[in-house]
Design a protein around this ligand. Structure first.
Ligand code: 17E
Ligand code: FE2
Length: 420
């Protein structure tokens, strides 16, 4: 007897049953004969480990329009609006919004989330609230918090002290924002400071790096150099790096070699990068996204994040991870058969590597954290932005969705090729 059996799930090219016991994936095989406390017929749907949000801001989420909407659509107007909204933050406000978003994410199979928390606030209202939320949701969501100096580490009063204090309060990861420091020199120094803090407190690093179309913004090379010097590569993540999309090729190709040597992780945020960047261009307008395809082709670990859901930087969004994956297919020219599938991996397996997760994946012995997606494979999941129909956390079903069903002149149309 199992606690739960998912029957007829699609795993790779096979259709298999998954038996769960004590919250763990006990068996994966064709036609499990024993019964279970609960049996679910997956009807050939794709089974996947949970989706992972590797870059989001849960302190700013669900504030779009407060106190005003972002009219220019730029990163910098977003930072100004947030700076005003930040003055009105309360513990209850942050807890309510972050919890709501985590619920939206879990309902769509997102059970691991790395959030940035703005620590350029001597009261740490956002960070302290997110630390509370992290504990509160521990039974169903796994949250990592990055100490993120939104208004600068060396250009904001006592910025470094605030970062250090944030780590002492319990932030899991060291952030940074070198392209927003007042000078190039301060930017370089801030990257070194992030590494110093990370080594001192034994934490991973995730820096908002070169989030601009300025081809002269070259803090990524500093991150790579520091990662090589410290040997921290796999614990280091460069988020955004949109300027890499604007670098001259002679420089970009040289840099790629150093990046490979460094072994650092990358997070691109296609929905946000393609809307915040390119704003100072007339035509042609740049895509404003990092070289996702080339990084992936060079064997570097790339994941995709949402970044914002309804906040000063982006008014739309639901938190479902197939949306950034779908945008990456378009904005990064990832349209070959293999590339589309790779974009699915960028919101699952690759993101697990970025977050340093252990025991992640549909394999015997791992925690039974599973999602069923209403598609036969990863490729089709992205094509149809398929619904996540079932989510289990440690073997318990925590979310169920009935996918929409359409009847045209009495017959079901489900947008699958070859349907009757
Ligand atoms: N802050 C920032 O510097 N960049 C972003 N993309 C967001 C907040 C969302
Ligand atoms: Fe961000």
């Amino acid at each position: 007897m199992y606690q739960l059996i998912l029957r007829g799930t699609r795993l790779g090219d096979e259709v298999l049953d998954i038996g769960v016991q004590d919250g763990t994936i006990a068996r994966i095989s064709a036609g499990i004969e024993e019964g279970a406390g609960r049996e679910i017929e997956a009807q050939g749907r794709l089974v996947s480990p949970p989706f992972i949000e590797s870059h989001v801001h849960l302190d700013t989420t669900l504030t779009a329009g407060e106190p005003r909407w972002n009219e220019s659509g730029t990163l910098f107007e977003g930072i100004r609006i947030w700076s005003e909204r930040k003055k009105r933050l309360t513990r209850e406000d942050v807890i309510a919004r972050a919890t709501q978003l985590l619920r939206w994410q879990a309902a769509q199979g997102v059970l691991h989330v790395r959030t940035h928390a703005d620590v350029t606030d001597p009261e740490f209202t956002g960070l302290k609230a997110l630390l509370e939320v992290k504990e509160k949701v521990r039974g169903w969501a796994d949250v990592q918090i990055v100490a993120f100096p939104q208004e600068g580490m060396l250009s904001f009063p006592k910025g470094v002290e605030l970062m250090e204090e944030a780590l002492k309060l319990g932030a899991d990861v060291v952030g940074g924002i070198p392209h927003y420091e007042h000078t190039r020199e301060l930017g370089v120094e801030s990257v070194k400071e992030s590494f110093r803090l990370a080594e001192k407190h034994d934490r991973p690093i995730d820096i908002h790096c070169d989030e601009t179309d300025d081809p002269e913004s070259r803090f990524l090379e500093v991150m790579a150099a520091e990662a090589i010097r410290t040997g921290m590569g796999e614990r280091v993540t460069a988020s955004h790096t949109t300027a890499f999309g604007s670098y001259d090729n002679a420089y970009a190709f040289k840099l790629m070699g150093f990046l490979v040597k460094s072994g650092i992780n990358f997070v691109a945020n296609p929905l946000i990068n393609i809307t915040l960047q390119g704003r100072y261009d007339t035509y042609p307008k740049r895509r404003g996204i990092t070289r996702v395809k080339e990084l992936w082709q060079n064997g570097l670990n790339v994941s995709l994040g949402y970044d914002d859901i309804m906040d000063p930087w982006y008014p739309l969004g639901t938190g479902g991870m197939l949306q950034p994956a779908h945008m990456a297919v378009h904005a990064c020219h990832m349209t070959s058969r293999k590339e589309v599938t790779a974009c699915f991996d960028m919101v699952t397996e690759n993101a697990a590597r970025t977050l340093g997760l252990k025991a992640y994946g549909v394999a015997e012995g791992n925690p039974a954290n599973l999602v069923l997606v209403d598609a036969p494979d990863r490729w089709d999941a992205i094509r149809r932005l398929a619904a996540t129909t079932l989510v289990t956390k440690d073997g318990e079903v925590i979310s169920e969705t009935s996918p929409a069903q359409t009847r045209l002149m009495g017959e079901i149309v489900d947008f699958r090729r070859g349907e009757e």
